[in-house]
Design a protein around this ligand. Sequence first.
Ligand SMILES: [Zn+2]
Length: 314
Amino acid sequence: MNEQRDRTPALRRRNLLKGTGVAAVAAAAAGGGVAAAQNDTAGVTLRWLGTNAWEFTTETATVLIDPWVSRFPTGAYTDGGADPETRIEVHEDVIDEHLPKADTILVTHGHWDHIADVPYLAGRTGATVLGTETHLNLMRAMGAPEGQLSQVAGGELYQFDGYTVEVFRSSHSASGEHKRITFGGTLPGEVPQRPKKIKDLVEGGSLTYLIDFGGVSFFNMGSASFHEHEIAGIRPTVLFLQPGGGHTPRFVERALEATGFPPYVVASHWDDFDRPLTEPAVKGGDWEALRDRVAAASPDTEFLLIDHLESHEF
Ligand SMILES: [Zn+2]
Protein backbone atom coordinates (compact mmCIF):
# COMPACT_ATOMS: atom_id res chain seq x y z
CA MET A 1 0.00 0.00 0.00
CA ASN A 2 1.07 3.59 -0.50
CA GLU A 3 0.79 4.18 3.19
CA GLN A 4 3.51 1.63 3.78
CA ARG A 5 5.87 3.41 1.41
CA ASP A 6 5.09 6.80 2.86
CA ARG A 7 5.71 5.71 6.40
CA THR A 8 9.17 4.23 5.96
CA PRO A 9 11.31 7.40 5.73
CA ALA A 10 9.78 8.87 8.88
CA LEU A 11 10.48 5.71 10.81
CA ARG A 12 14.07 5.65 9.61
CA ARG A 13 14.46 9.22 10.74
CA ARG A 14 13.14 8.27 14.13
CA ASN A 15 15.67 5.50 14.49
CA LEU A 16 18.50 7.90 13.75
CA LEU A 17 17.37 9.96 16.71
CA LYS A 18 17.93 7.11 19.11
CA GLY A 19 20.43 8.10 21.74
CA THR A 20 20.75 11.66 20.48
CA GLY A 21 17.72 13.10 22.21
CA VAL A 22 19.13 13.25 25.72
CA ALA A 23 20.93 16.62 25.44
CA ALA A 24 17.89 18.28 23.94
CA VAL A 25 15.69 16.78 26.62
CA ALA A 26 17.97 17.99 29.43
CA ALA A 27 17.95 21.51 28.03
CA ALA A 28 14.18 21.50 27.73
CA ALA A 29 13.71 20.11 31.21
CA ALA A 30 15.58 23.09 32.68
CA GLY A 31 12.44 25.08 31.88
CA GLY A 32 10.65 22.94 34.42
CA GLY A 33 7.25 21.32 34.47
CA VAL A 34 4.65 22.16 37.07
CA ALA A 35 5.49 18.94 38.83
CA ALA A 36 9.11 18.24 39.72
CA ALA A 37 9.61 14.60 40.62
CA GLN A 38 11.73 13.89 43.68
CA ASN A 39 13.74 11.29 41.84
CA ASP A 40 15.85 12.63 38.98
CA THR A 41 15.84 9.38 37.07
CA ALA A 42 17.48 9.72 33.68
CA GLY A 43 16.13 7.68 30.85
CA VAL A 44 12.60 6.65 30.03
CA THR A 45 11.85 4.05 27.37
CA LEU A 46 8.63 4.83 25.55
CA ARG A 47 6.96 1.94 23.69
CA TRP A 48 3.85 2.03 21.50
CA LEU A 49 1.23 -0.70 21.73
CA GLY A 50 -1.11 0.81 19.13
CA THR A 51 -4.14 3.13 19.70
CA ASN A 52 -3.35 5.41 22.65
CA ALA A 53 -1.61 2.58 24.50
CA TRP A 54 1.85 3.66 25.73
CA GLU A 55 4.34 2.06 28.08
CA PHE A 56 6.86 4.19 29.99
CA THR A 57 9.69 2.20 31.54
CA THR A 58 12.49 3.34 33.83
CA GLU A 59 14.92 1.24 35.87
CA THR A 60 12.41 1.11 38.68
CA ALA A 61 8.92 1.62 37.28
CA THR A 62 6.47 0.81 34.49
CA VAL A 63 3.63 3.24 33.78
CA LEU A 64 0.92 2.43 31.23
CA ILE A 65 -1.63 4.72 29.66
CA ASP A 66 -4.80 3.31 28.03
CA PRO A 67 -3.23 -0.16 27.67
CA TRP A 68 -5.39 -2.03 25.16
CA VAL A 69 -3.96 -4.79 22.99
CA SER A 70 -6.80 -7.33 22.60
CA ARG A 71 -7.94 -5.84 19.26
CA PHE A 72 -11.07 -7.46 17.87
CA PRO A 73 -12.80 -6.30 14.67
CA THR A 74 -15.38 -3.51 15.11
CA GLY A 75 -15.44 -1.75 11.73
CA ALA A 76 -14.15 1.44 13.37
CA TYR A 77 -12.31 2.55 10.24
CA THR A 78 -14.96 1.57 7.69
CA ASP A 79 -17.52 4.00 6.32
CA GLY A 80 -20.14 2.63 8.70
CA GLY A 81 -17.94 3.14 11.75
CA ALA A 82 -17.67 0.80 14.73
CA ASP A 83 -20.65 -1.51 15.21
CA PRO A 84 -21.99 -0.66 18.71
CA GLU A 85 -23.24 -4.24 19.11
CA THR A 86 -19.73 -5.70 18.81
CA ARG A 87 -19.03 -8.00 21.74
CA ILE A 88 -16.07 -7.11 23.95
CA GLU A 89 -13.25 -9.64 23.82
CA VAL A 90 -10.41 -9.73 26.33
CA HIS A 91 -7.49 -11.77 25.02
CA GLU A 92 -5.55 -12.57 28.17
CA ASP A 93 -2.77 -14.38 26.29
CA VAL A 94 -2.18 -11.30 24.11
CA ILE A 95 -2.17 -9.02 27.16
CA ASP A 96 0.34 -11.29 28.92
CA GLU A 97 2.57 -11.32 25.86
CA HIS A 98 2.73 -7.57 25.31
CA LEU A 99 2.21 -6.08 28.76
CA PRO A 100 4.44 -7.95 31.19
CA LYS A 101 4.56 -5.27 33.93
CA ALA A 102 2.65 -2.32 35.34
CA ASP A 103 2.95 -0.23 38.48
CA THR A 104 0.52 2.52 37.48
CA ILE A 105 -2.21 2.49 34.83
CA LEU A 106 -3.72 5.79 33.67
CA VAL A 107 -7.12 5.78 31.96
CA THR A 108 -8.14 8.76 29.79
CA HIS A 109 -11.74 7.66 29.09
CA GLY A 110 -14.06 4.66 29.07
CA HIS A 111 -14.17 3.60 25.41
CA TRP A 112 -13.34 -0.03 24.70
CA ASP A 113 -10.11 0.73 22.87
CA HIS A 114 -8.77 2.37 26.04
CA ILE A 115 -10.22 0.51 29.00
CA ALA A 116 -11.31 -3.03 28.10
CA ASP A 117 -8.03 -4.78 29.00
CA VAL A 118 -7.38 -2.83 32.22
CA PRO A 119 -9.46 -4.93 34.67
CA TYR A 120 -7.58 -8.14 33.83
CA LEU A 121 -4.23 -6.35 33.65
CA ALA A 122 -4.74 -4.66 37.01
CA GLY A 123 -5.57 -7.99 38.59
CA ARG A 124 -2.48 -9.66 37.18
CA THR A 125 -0.01 -6.85 37.93
CA GLY A 126 -1.35 -5.29 41.13
CA ALA A 127 -1.04 -1.85 39.51
CA THR A 128 -2.70 1.32 40.78
CA VAL A 129 -5.42 2.41 38.34
CA LEU A 130 -6.47 6.06 37.95
CA GLY A 131 -9.80 7.01 36.37
CA THR A 132 -13.12 8.78 36.91
CA GLU A 133 -15.93 7.27 38.96
CA THR A 134 -17.54 6.00 35.74
CA HIS A 135 -14.31 4.46 34.44
CA LEU A 136 -13.79 2.70 37.76
CA ASN A 137 -17.40 1.51 37.90
CA LEU A 138 -17.10 0.00 34.43
CA MET A 139 -13.89 -1.74 35.48
CA ARG A 140 -15.43 -2.93 38.75
CA ALA A 141 -18.17 -4.53 36.66
CA MET A 142 -15.44 -6.28 34.65
CA GLY A 143 -13.76 -7.68 37.75
CA ALA A 144 -11.04 -5.12 38.51
CA PRO A 145 -9.63 -5.38 42.05
CA GLU A 146 -11.40 -2.73 44.16
CA GLY A 147 -8.42 -1.96 46.40
CA GLN A 148 -6.27 -0.79 43.47
CA LEU A 149 -8.76 1.66 41.98
CA SER A 150 -8.00 5.35 42.55
CA GLN A 151 -10.82 7.72 41.69
CA VAL A 152 -9.66 11.05 40.27
CA ALA A 153 -11.50 14.01 38.80
CA GLY A 154 -8.72 16.31 37.58
CA GLY A 155 -6.53 18.55 39.73
CA GLU A 156 -4.76 15.71 41.54
CA LEU A 157 -0.95 15.60 41.74
CA TYR A 158 0.44 12.32 43.05
CA GLN A 159 3.97 11.30 43.95
CA PHE A 160 4.89 7.78 42.89
CA ASP A 161 8.25 6.04 43.22
CA GLY A 162 10.42 8.14 40.90
CA TYR A 163 7.72 10.06 39.04
CA THR A 164 4.70 12.25 39.54
CA VAL A 165 1.33 12.12 37.81
CA GLU A 166 -0.82 15.22 37.47
CA VAL A 167 -4.43 14.80 36.34
CA PHE A 168 -6.45 17.37 34.37
CA ARG A 169 -10.13 17.59 33.51
CA SER A 170 -10.86 17.25 29.80
CA SER A 171 -13.54 16.33 27.27
CA HIS A 172 -13.56 13.72 24.53
CA SER A 173 -13.46 15.06 20.98
CA ALA A 174 -16.91 15.35 19.40
CA SER A 175 -18.07 13.97 16.06
CA GLY A 176 -20.90 14.34 13.57
CA GLU A 177 -23.16 17.17 12.63
CA HIS A 178 -24.42 17.67 16.20
CA LYS A 179 -21.02 17.45 17.96
CA ARG A 180 -21.79 14.31 19.91
CA ILE A 181 -19.41 12.12 21.89
CA THR A 182 -19.40 8.46 20.83
CA PHE A 183 -21.04 6.30 23.54
CA GLY A 184 -21.37 9.40 25.70
CA GLY A 185 -22.66 9.40 29.24
CA THR A 186 -21.64 8.57 32.78
CA LEU A 187 -22.45 5.80 35.26
CA PRO A 188 -21.90 7.23 38.73
CA GLY A 189 -23.09 5.53 41.88
CA GLU A 190 -23.96 1.87 41.65
CA VAL A 191 -21.75 -0.52 39.74
CA PRO A 192 -23.50 -1.34 36.42
CA GLN A 193 -24.09 -4.74 34.85
CA ARG A 194 -20.97 -6.26 33.35
CA PRO A 195 -20.31 -4.53 29.98
CA LYS A 196 -20.73 -7.02 27.13
CA LYS A 197 -20.80 -4.86 24.01
CA ILE A 198 -18.57 -1.96 23.06
CA LYS A 199 -21.49 0.48 23.43
CA ASP A 200 -21.65 -0.50 27.13
CA LEU A 201 -18.24 1.07 27.68
CA VAL A 202 -19.34 4.71 27.81
CA GLU A 203 -16.92 7.58 27.63
CA GLY A 204 -17.53 8.47 31.27
CA GLY A 205 -15.71 11.81 31.27
CA SER A 206 -12.21 12.38 29.94
CA LEU A 207 -8.92 13.08 31.68
CA THR A 208 -5.48 14.16 30.51
CA TYR A 209 -2.23 13.31 32.29
CA LEU A 210 1.21 14.84 32.82
CA ILE A 211 3.70 12.15 33.78
CA ASP A 212 6.93 13.70 35.06
CA PHE A 213 9.99 11.50 35.53
CA GLY A 214 12.19 14.40 36.65
CA GLY A 215 14.35 14.77 33.57
CA VAL A 216 11.65 14.14 31.03
CA SER A 217 7.88 14.57 31.11
CA PHE A 218 4.98 13.47 28.92
CA PHE A 219 1.52 14.96 28.34
CA ASN A 220 -1.18 12.66 26.96
CA MET A 221 -4.78 13.50 26.06
CA GLY A 222 -6.34 10.19 24.93
CA SER A 223 -8.54 11.88 22.32
CA ALA A 224 -8.17 14.94 20.11
CA SER A 225 -9.29 17.42 22.76
CA PHE A 226 -8.08 19.18 25.88
CA HIS A 227 -9.07 22.01 28.23
CA GLU A 228 -6.73 24.85 27.48
CA HIS A 229 -7.20 26.66 30.79
CA GLU A 230 -6.79 23.51 32.87
CA ILE A 231 -3.32 22.81 31.49
CA ALA A 232 -2.06 26.40 31.35
CA GLY A 233 1.65 26.56 32.14
CA ILE A 234 2.60 22.90 31.71
CA ARG A 235 5.87 22.38 29.86
CA PRO A 236 6.17 18.71 28.90
CA THR A 237 9.17 17.38 27.01
CA VAL A 238 6.84 15.25 24.93
CA LEU A 239 3.32 16.05 23.73
CA PHE A 240 1.25 13.21 22.29
CA LEU A 241 -1.06 14.34 19.50
CA GLN A 242 -3.48 12.36 17.39
CA PRO A 243 -5.32 13.00 14.14
CA GLY A 244 -8.86 14.30 14.51
CA GLY A 245 -10.27 17.19 16.49
CA GLY A 246 -12.13 18.49 13.46
CA HIS A 247 -14.70 20.21 15.70
CA THR A 248 -11.98 21.88 17.79
CA PRO A 249 -10.70 25.14 16.30
CA ARG A 250 -6.92 25.07 15.80
CA PHE A 251 -6.60 21.88 17.85
CA VAL A 252 -2.97 21.17 16.99
CA GLU A 253 -1.80 24.77 17.09
CA ARG A 254 -3.48 25.52 20.42
CA ALA A 255 -2.18 22.30 21.96
CA LEU A 256 1.37 23.27 20.99
CA GLU A 257 0.91 26.80 22.35
CA ALA A 258 -0.65 25.62 25.60
CA THR A 259 2.25 23.26 26.27
CA GLY A 260 5.01 25.74 25.38
CA PHE A 261 5.94 24.27 21.97
CA PRO A 262 7.51 21.06 23.34
CA PRO A 263 10.78 19.60 21.98
CA TYR A 264 8.92 16.49 20.83
CA VAL A 265 5.51 15.56 19.47
CA VAL A 266 4.75 11.84 19.29
CA ALA A 267 1.91 10.74 16.99
CA SER A 268 -0.68 8.64 18.83
CA HIS A 269 -3.89 6.76 18.01
CA TRP A 270 -3.36 6.96 14.23
CA ASP A 271 -3.47 3.23 13.46
CA ASP A 272 -6.45 1.23 12.20
CA PHE A 273 -6.90 -0.83 15.36
CA ASP A 274 -8.93 -3.53 13.64
CA ARG A 275 -5.57 -4.57 12.12
CA PRO A 276 -2.96 -6.68 13.96
CA LEU A 277 -0.65 -5.15 16.54
CA THR A 278 2.11 -7.55 15.52
CA GLU A 279 2.34 -6.05 12.02
CA PRO A 280 3.41 -2.52 11.02
CA ALA A 281 0.66 -0.02 11.76
CA VAL A 282 -1.86 0.61 8.98
CA LYS A 283 -2.94 4.21 8.79
CA GLY A 284 -6.38 4.96 10.22
CA GLY A 285 -5.86 8.67 10.89
CA ASP A 286 -3.92 11.14 8.76
CA TRP A 287 -0.60 11.42 10.57
CA GLU A 288 1.02 13.21 7.62
CA ALA A 289 -1.43 16.10 7.97
CA LEU A 290 -0.72 16.15 11.69
CA ARG A 291 3.03 16.21 11.03
CA ASP A 292 2.66 19.10 8.60
CA ARG A 293 0.58 21.15 11.03
CA VAL A 294 3.12 20.59 13.81
CA ALA A 295 5.97 21.60 11.49
CA ALA A 296 4.17 24.78 10.45
CA ALA A 297 3.18 25.81 13.97
CA SER A 298 6.34 24.75 15.81
CA PRO A 299 9.32 24.36 13.45
CA ASP A 300 11.74 23.41 16.26
CA THR A 301 9.56 20.53 17.48
CA GLU A 302 10.74 17.05 16.46
CA PHE A 303 7.84 14.93 15.16
CA LEU A 304 8.23 11.27 16.08
CA LEU A 305 6.33 8.42 14.49
CA ILE A 306 6.86 5.21 16.40
CA ASP A 307 5.59 1.96 14.88
CA HIS A 308 3.77 -0.89 16.63
CA LEU A 309 5.80 -2.38 19.49
CA GLU A 310 8.74 -0.08 18.76
CA SER A 311 10.47 2.02 21.38
CA HIS A 312 12.14 5.38 21.71
CA GLU A 313 14.60 6.33 24.44
CA PHE A 314 14.22 9.70 26.13
ZN1 LIG B 1 -9.74 5.64 21.21
